[in-house]
Design a binder for this molecule. Structure first.
Ligand code: SAH
Length: 259
């Protein structure tokens, strides 16, 4: 890489330089030759350079065309690099061009768009695994358990759909330039059993329940059938004075399925 490369903070450009961490990330990939790997933000190719060895189709999305010189050398007939904003591309349309069994997403993401990227990935595709480097505090929120202040609607949404595993903590020293925050690599693996009858209703219930985190269910679920809610909550040994953070994922499933 060009020694004078002007790292753009606005693009979350903190490139990995620690080969140990890079290996740990790559080792989590279970994709085989019938699968598809999508890398978001390959940068100068720290992770990318290991991907062609897996003999699967790989698509990388990098917004910064200045990295073309570094990245194009990793292109093969199976590894393509698209210089575009991942948040703007039509993911569904792109995926139509490929034959694959399962999708793996991988990336050391720009932290300020972590949630937007996860939303896009989960709304426009159905990945089997997502291996991402994110801000440590955000990772903790994703993995949070009920009755903690980190527990939020995204915890319920993600843990309902995925098993989430901490791969490794990553110190600031592992990057160039050093970021201000600590990072964590996590791996999300799609759960196969779906216990929810109506997913849309389930997601709406989660969102509504957490609208104002400090308020109780009576407040946040004002527009729901109060009697029905009370009845269901009673079977869970709870009532409308409980707050969303006191409900487990199974509680939310039970409420949604009985509404
Ligand atoms: N994966 C590399 C680089 C990580 S830095 C490594 O680990 O070393 C984050 C990368 O994401 C940068 O290269 C940045 O240019 C890119 N990026 C930022 N926003 C993006 C977007 N919206 N779409 C695609 N890539 C983006």
């Amino acid at each position: 890489m060009n020694k004078n490369f002007d790292f753009k903070k606005s693009l979350g450009q903190n490139f990995l330089k620690d080969e140990n961490i890079i290996k740990k990330i790559v080792n989590e990939i279970t994709a085989t030759k019938d699968d598809l790997i999508i890398e978001i933000g390959p940068g100068a190719g720290a992770i990318t350079k290991h991907l062609s060895a897996l003999h699967t189709n790989v698509i990388c999305f990098e917004i910064d065309k200045r990295l073309k010189e570094d990245l194009d050398k990793y292109k093969t007939d199976k590894l393509d690099i698209i210089y575009d904003d991942f948040l703007k591309i039509d993911l569904k349309e792109t995926l139509k061009k490929y034959n694959y069994k399962n999708i793996t997403f991988i990336g050391n993401l720009p932290y300020y768009i972590t949630t937007a990227i996860i939303n896009k990935i989960t709304e426009q595709s159905n990945p089997k695994e997502i291996i991402i480097m994110i801000q440590k505090e955000v990772a903790e929120r994703f993995m949070a358990k009920p009755n903690t202040k980190e527990y939020s609607s995204i915890s319920v949404f993600l843990q309902y759909n995925y098993d989430i595993k901490k791969v490794t903590l990553v110190s600031k020293e592992c990057f160039i330039p050093k970021p201000k925050v600590d990072s964590m690599v996590i791996k999300l693996t799609k759960k196969t059993d779906s216990k929810v009858i109506n997913k849309e209703q389930f997601y709406k219930l989660i969102k509504d329940s957490f609208t104002q985190k400090r308020k109780n269910l009576r407040n946040n679920l004002k527009n729901y059938d109060k009697e029905k809610l009370e009845k269901i909550l009673k079977t869970l040994n709870k009532d409308l004075t409980f707050r969303a953070e006191q409900l487990s994922i199974d509680d939310f499933i039970e409420i949604s399925n009985n509404l």
